[in-house]
Design a protein around this ligand. Structure first.
Ligand code: HEM
Length: 157
C-alpha cells in the first residue's frame, strides 16, 4: 500500500497546526498575559518572541505549499482542477494568508525592529499594533482554513 499521500497530508496538517496554533497562543494567551507589563519590558519580550515564531511561520509556509501542491500536482483528488471546493477555498485563503504574512514581515515588523533599535517606544508600540491586527486577521483565516481543510474531506460532492 502507498502511504505517500497520507504522510504528505499529515505533514501539511502539522505545518497548519504550528502556524495557526502559534498565532492562537501569541494572541489569545501571551498577549493578555503580558498586557500589564512595563512597555519597555513587554516590547523587549515580543522582540525575542517574534523572530523565533516567524522563522517557524516561514518553515510552515514552505511545508504547506510543497505538500499541498505536491499532492495536487501528482493527481490527488483529481489534481488542481479536481473540482473540490474546500481545496479551492484553501488555496485562495492560503495565498491571502501568505501575502499578509509577507507584508507583515517586510512592513510593520521591520518598523518595529527599527523603532526598538533607536529606542522609540511610541513608534514600536504603533508598529506592534499593526502586527497584531494582521495576526488577528490571519488567525481567523487560518482557523477557518484548517476547519474547512479537515471537514471538507468528509463532505460528499
Ligand atoms: C496554499 C496552498 C494550499 C494547498 C495547495 C493545500 C492543499 C491541500 C490538500 C490537497 C488537502 C487534502 C484535502 C482532502 O483530502 O480533501 C489539504 C488538506 C488540509 N489543509 Fe491545505 N492546502 C493549502 C493551504 C493550507 C493552509 C494555509 C492551511 C491552514 C492554515 C491548510 C490546512 C489544511 C488542513 C487542516 C487539511 C486537512 C488535512 C486532513 O485532515 O485531511 N492548508 N490541503
Amino acid at each position: 500500500m502507498d502511504y505517500t499521500f497520507a504522510a504528505t497530508i499529515g505533514l501539511h496538517t502539522l505545518a497548519a497546526v504550528i502556524w495557526v496554533g502559534g498565532m492562537f497562543f501569541a494572541h489569545v494567551v501571551l498577549r493578555p498575559s503580558v498586557s500589564d507589563m512595563n512597555p519597555t519590558l513587554r516590547l523587549s519580550l515580543w522582540r525575542h518572541v517574534l523572530p523565533r515564531f516567524f522563522a517557524w511561520v516561514f518553515i510552515s509556509i514552505g511545508v504547506l505549499l510543497v505538500t499541498g501542491y505536491g499532492v495536487l500536482l501528482t493527481g490527488y483528488r483529481g489534481g488542481i482542477s479536481g473540482g473540490y471546493l474546500h481545496i479551492d477555498i484553501m488555496q485562495i485563503i492560503g495565498a491571502i494568508m501568505i501575502v499578509l504574512f509577507l507584508f507583515l514581515f517586510l512592513g510593520p515588523y521591520g518598523s518595529f525592529k527599527r523603532a526598538l533599535a533607536r529606542n522609540d517606544i511610541t513608534a514600536a508600540v504603533t508598529a506592534q499594533g499593526r502586527i497584531r491586527k494582521i495576526v488577528v486577521i490571519n488567525l481567523i483565516l487560518g482557523l477557518f482554513t484548517t476547519f474547512i481543510g479537515a471537514a471538507g474531506t468528509f463532505v460528499g460532492y
